[in-house]
Design a protein around this ligand. Structure first.
Ligand code: SF4
Length: 55
């Protein structure tokens, strides 16, 4: 199910859920590169940090 655009298949993506069951897309690349938002506005359609996931 595509919900977050490119992030759906990116190795840097991590899904975080809150206690109400909402799911947020956290970008792990933001930890090492401040150019990337922790919680990017989704869907992400273009991203220079995109790295295809093995999933
Ligand atoms: S690097 Fe880009 S495509 Fe990958 S999770 Fe972060 S914002 Fe999404």
């Amino acid at each position: 199910m595509a919900r977050f655009g490119l992030c759906d298949t990116c190795a840097h993506a991590k899904l975080n859920a809150n206690t109400r069951g909402s799911v947020f897309l956290f970008c792990k690349l933001s930890r090492e590169d401040k150019a990337f938002a922790k919680y990017p506005p989704v869907p992400v359609l273009k991203c220079p940090g995109f790295k295809p996931s093995d999933r």
